[in-house]
Design a protein around this ligand. Structure first.
Ligand SMILES: C[S@@+](CC[C@H](N)C(=O)[O-])C[C@H]1O[C@@H](n2cnc3c(N)ncnc32)[C@H](O)[C@@H]1O
Length: 321
């Protein structure tokens, strides 16, 4: 029986991103518990390297991101994902309950099964999750948010400490050496498809977890495809932005159906500062497609992006329509 050829993950990501589509036949939202809230689960298996889901939301610039952070309640601010692209800070604000799945993917910094990458198409960056390993049906989709001090991690660490000391006691009484599960070991599998080489990035970025300094530089990937660069790992960090008193943080872009639990985590993910060496060398994109009145990206409304070729790089240019 002939096997169906798998669509290249990057192409798959782009196709879903441009149509703002989720893989609803392959993913579903489930309520986990009052601590974690909801999560996204695989309804069908994914293969290592597959595009899984986009972290979709409103692409805004840093000025607007900062403004929103000052006004959002923490439970909304946690959905803001800041990242660097072309020497600027951008943010995907996914606070709005729009039914998209990427915004509901939970953090796992110990053994995530996905990782975040930037995918650029039509001159616009998209944050997409790709499978780090084969994912079984029923498994929760997770990725490493980056950083070190997300509040729930402390809680998890306390729990695992308790479990480990309990396990140690058991081992002592049975005279066995405590073994860590192999799932604690980092993955070193080779990626078969050279165009989707993830592995070096995994180690580089997980070893160099973005720290609090905003000058932290991690990413130096080649931009192989001029129109659709397939970018490297993107992490959120837990750098805290100055907190206003909670009385200021009343605004949300929605007040959706109530969350199963209100997350009182009180943190703001902040930006990951990284420099993509190729990007920094190439002429910077004209970001005029930004609507300066609302500081949001609106390439399809008033502007159309065309590509010109210059010095071996395609540079998005904007043309009013
Ligand atoms: C981007 S949202 C993910 C979706 C969220 N679980 C929900 O139901 O809306 C991030 C929030 O999910 C929760 N979360 C994410 N990863 C978690 C984890 N590993 N353990 C506990 N809570 C987690 C935290 O409350 C965090 O503020």
């Amino acid at each position: 029986m002939a096997t169906r050829r798998r669509k290249p993950p990057k192409q798959d990501a782009i196709e879903h991103a441009v149509k703002a589509l989720d893989k609803t036949a392959e993913l579903e939202v489930q309520y986990i518990n009052s601590f974690k809230g909801r999560g996204v689960f695989a309804k069908t298996p994914f293969r290592k390297g597959d595009f899984v889901v986009e972290y979709r939301g409103e692409l805004i610039n840093s000025k607007e991101s900062q403004r929103r952070r000052r006004t959002y309640h923490n439970r909304c601010a946690v959905f803001m994902f800041d990242f660097y692209w072309q020497e600027k800070t951008w943010c995907v604000d996914a606070a709005r309950e729009d039914g998209s799945l990427g915004r509901l993917v939970n953090d796992d910094h110990k053994h995530p099964n996905c990782k975040m990458k930037r995918v650029i198409t039509e001159g616009k960056p998209h944050l997409c999750l790709f499978a780090l390993k084969d994912i079984n049906e029923g498994e929760e989709i997770t990725y490493d948010y980056g950083g070190t001090d997300w509040p729930w991690r402390k809680q998890e660490d306390k729990q695992s400490d308790a479990t480990e000391s309990f396990e140690t006691d058991i081992f002592r009484t049975t005279e066995q050496t405590p073994q860590r599960s192999s799932s604690f070991k980092t993955q070193e599998d080779k990626q078969s498809d050279a165009t989707e080489s993830f592995e070096t990035d995994i180690f580089r970025t997980t070893e160099q977890t973005p720290q609090r300094s905003s000058s932290f530089k991690t990413q130096e990937d080649k931009q192989s495809d001029a129109t659709e660069s397939f970018e490297t790992d993107i992490f959120r960090t837990t750098e805290q932005t100055p907190q206003r008193s909670s009385s200021f943080k009343t605004q949300c872009p929605h007040d959706p159906e109530p969350l199963p639990s209100i997350n009182k985590v009180g943190m703001n993910p902040s930006l990951v500062d990284y420099t993509d060496s190729d990007e920094s060398q190439s002429p910077s994109t004209n970001h005029d497609q930004f609507n300066s009145s609302c500081q949001t990206w609106c390439p399809t409304s008033e502007f159309e992006i065309s590509l010109t070729h210059q010095d071996g790089d395609y540079i998005p240019r904007l043309r009013r329509t």
